[in-house]
Design a protein around this ligand. Structure first.
Ligand code: TYD
Length: 140
């Protein structure tokens, strides 16, 4: 059976009397080279972001302020992950439908991405997503 390609990292927190520092290195701490970083904040109440899958892109999501939830869906199983700690990183592989929701007012969601922005890598329609992953050549 095809399983949700997610992994939760708990990045090392370097704490001293000044506070906390978290460092993330490509390849060493996450499994890809980082080609792009983006982040979202001021997300309005009850907004659902995402609602798409990617054919190739891999990402790590980190809620560096506040909290939010991520729904992951591989076409068979759904799982909700709460990002409520500043050192948690949620890895999302290709071919996973994701929705981000329940953003707290102070939420800042940082995304580390394995590829440059490419609109053709998106699957934005859920039925197309199901068709895509059910075509055996697209999913290993
Ligand atoms: P969108 O894909 O709707 O964000 P989300 O999936 O989080 O709901 O992106 C919003 C806009 O930002 C859209 O016009 C595309 C643009 N965008 C970029 O230009 N570069 C990027 O790296 C990303 C992620 C989005």
């Amino acid at each position: 059976m095809y399983i949700v390609k997610k992994l939760i990292y708990s990045f090392n927190e370097i704490c001293d009397y000044r506070g906390v520092l978290v460092a993330i290195q490509q390849i060493k701490d996450i499994p890809f080279e980082i080609k792009r970083i983006y982040y979202m904040y001021n997300t309005k109440k009850d907004v659902i972001r995402g609602c798409h899958a990617h054919k190739n892109l891999r990402q790590v999501l980190i809620c560096i302020s506040g909290s939010c939830k991520i729904l992951l869906d591989d076409g068979i199983e759904k799982e909700i992950v709460a990002l409520d700690k500043k050192n948690l990183g949620l890895y999302i592989g290709a071919n996973i439908w994701r929705e981000m929701f329940e953003f707290s007012e102070d939420a800042v969601l940082l995304v580390l991405a394995s590829e440059y922005y490419d609109d053709t890598d998106y699957i934005r329609n859920y039925n197309e997503f199901l068709k895509y992953i059910n075509s055996s050549s697209n999913v290993c």
